[in-house]
Design a protein. Structure first.
Length: 349
């Protein structure tokens, strides 16, 4: 794992992290708020509510086989994907909790065609949330890690007015915060508010998230590539050339790792270094992943952790979305590997 950025050390030392004092997520969020004395506290409430939703979803994910909520519903979601029972549970859980919290004016969810208004017709919440309630849900029934991805923006419409589509179509560079929850061998919540990336691990015995990965950053090395190999024949020449280069490299040799769960592949690459690719394809030039609630939040985290995130034409965070469920090609991870991919693209141009 990359070392904690030096500027974060005084804070973490003060919190007693280096003296092995356990710092809860709640303390960390509250301290973050204390650093901005004039804030309303709504972001604190919002982050706290996301952590509560994470605990509830985690409980169900861990007992899915026993709770009769494995498998799919007879519904297909707006992505034209078979909805899993846990997809629906996670979507409803985060919607219920965030709506009750008063900080959120509206939510754009992977599981719903249009955004949903929260509270009093969405007129008073300061923030809008974009969320993939349960990413990688096709892995649920085979007990492979899955995740939740969230993106937080300030509303663009004035308080007291009805939300519009534009509130949910802001470029990733406008995000106030972004994060993911990984329901894996342990359950982690990793997030950024623009001042570095910190990871918290849930202690199920006490139901608290504790700071376990302060100041996360991509290591300078890292030689793992994550791509669905079956897609390569339909990928661009630049991606094919890059992967061939990874396969042929010997000093150091690369490893191929692909879990089929974006949050899991991203998290492993963040800790050990690497690159995740879901490319544009001949029959799907826009690729598969969704910009607003998968790629943009992970791109914010990646850049805050010293990495990069691009599509075929440039920086993901600079992309202005036109549709709520817009798909983009997505390449994210260690800076040196994104540079190598870009060189392949330029060589092919
Ligand atoms: P494929 C899961 O459906 C997901 O959105 C990501 O979590 C994952 O990385 C990708 O799609 C897997 O897609 O086409 O390789 O099965």
């Amino acid at each position: 794992m990359g070392f904690c950025p030096t500027w974060q050390r005084p804070y973490l030392w003060k919190k007693g992290f280096e003296m092995n004092k356990t710092v809860t997520l709640q303390e960390f969020i509250m301290d973050g708020q204390a650093a901005f004395p004039f804030v309303s506290g709504q972001l604190t409430r919002l982050l706290t509510d996301l952590a509560i939703g994470a605990k509830i979803v985690n409980h169900q994910v861990n007992r899915a086989g026993l709770a009769g909520i494995l498998g799919s519903t007879d519904q297909v979601n707006v992505q034209d994907e078979q909805q899993q029972k846990l997809d629906v549970f996670a979507d409803r859980t985060f919607l219920r909790i965030l709506s009750a919290g008063k900080s959120v004016a509206g939510i754009g969810s992977e599981e719903r065609e249009d955004f949903v208004l929260c509270g009093d017709e969405g007129k008073n919440g300061k923030y809008v949330v974009l969320i993939d309630p349960l990413d990688g849900s096709s892995n649920i029934d085979v007990n492979v890690s899955i995740g939740t991805i969230f993106s937080i923006h300030k509303r663009t419409t004035p308080l007291g007015e009805a939300l519009t589509d534009e509130d949910f179509l802001q470029p990733g560079s406008h995000q106030v915060a972004a994060g993911y929850i990984l329901y894996g061998s342990s359950t982690m919540l990793v997030y950024t508010t623009g001042t570095g990336v910190n990871g918290f691990t849930l202690d199920p015995a006490v139901g608290e998230f504790f700071l376990s990965h302060p100041g996360m950053s991509f290591p300078d090395h890292g030689f793992t590539y994550s791509i669905n190999d079956a897609l390569l024949a339909r990928a661009t020449p630049a991606v094919r050339s890059f992967i061939e280069g990874c396969r042929e490299a010997t000093e150091p040799a690369f490893r191929a790792r692909y879990i089929g769960s974006l949050v899991s592949d991203f998290h492993r690459n963040l800790i050990h270094g690497g690159i995740y690719l879901y490319p544009s394809l001949i029959n799907k030039p826009e690729g598969k992943l969704r910009l607003q609630y998968e790629c943009a939040p992970l791109a914010f985290i990646a850049e805050q952790a010293g990495g990069q995130a691009e599509d075929d034409s440039g920086r993901i965070l600079d992309r202005k979305p036109e549709q709520l469920h817009e798909r983009v090609p997505f390449y994210v991870g260690s800076r040196h590997l994104l540079h190598a991919l870009k060189a392949c693209r330029q060589a092919g141009s």
